[in-house]
Design a protein around this ligand. Structure first.
Ligand code: GRF
Length: 186
């Protein structure tokens, strides 16, 4: 089974997924794509010896260039791991029910355009939530609105600042994301 990952940032989830499947001969991450030429995920791919590709906005949103490259890779699953652009409909249509995303909150709360990274954890803090977590869901034409596949929760203490919340959420991501992917593929 082939996984393709899309990431825009550090890529710690991408690295975690790549290494998790290293010991599984049936599943492998065949490539990582990014829309940020400076994304740290590219360095991680070099170190992990995973093919990585950069694409700019015009190749992603106004052409079939990325769809054609993705089709060539024949992915069984396209995994968004900290990817910050909306997926255009031509890509959604090319891979129905094969694109999933992880969001660092309990959707439908704290989702939608512009809600990512520290902004999410800051909002959770400001609203004095007593818990937060992760949501893994199918991707559709709207930010963070596809069918939910999995959620995991962690308590939020009044003493937790946004960074402390982020750390708890990252731990949930590293623990659960590869396992949820494995269940979808095998
Ligand atoms: C994660 O918190 C993920 O939930 C969100 O973006 C972040 C990506 O972190 N979608 P990294 O790039 O995998 O370190």
């Amino acid at each position: 089974k082939q996984i393709v990952i899309l990431a825009s940032g550090s890529g710690s989830n991408a690295e975690n997924i790549i290494t998790y499947f290293r010991q599984n001969p049936l599943v492998k991450v065949s490539a990582v794509f990014t829309n940020k030429i400076s994304a740290k995920v590219l360095e991680r791919c070099d170190r992990l010896e995973v093919p990585s590709f950069y694409f700019n906005k015009v190749s992603f949103t106004n052409s079939d260039a990325v769809v054609d490259v993705l089709k060539g890779l024949q992915p069984d699953l396209i995994v968004l791991a900290g990817f910050l652009w909306k997926i255009p409909s031509n890509i959604i249509e090319a891979f129905p029910n094969k694109i999933i995303n992880i969001h660092p909150a309990l959707l439908p709360k704290y989702g939608g355009k512009g809600m990512y990274g520290a902004k999410v954890h800051q909002a959770v803090k400001e609203n004095e939530e007593t818990e937060t977590g992760i949501t893994i869901h199918y991707v559709n034409e709207h930010y963070d609105e596809g069918a939910i596949i999995f959620q995991a929760k962690t308590p939020v203490e009044p003493s937790d600042d946004a960074d402390a919340i982020a750390e708890k959420v990252h731990q949930l991501e590293y623990e659960h994301f590869p396992k949820v992917i494995e269940k979808l593929l095998l």
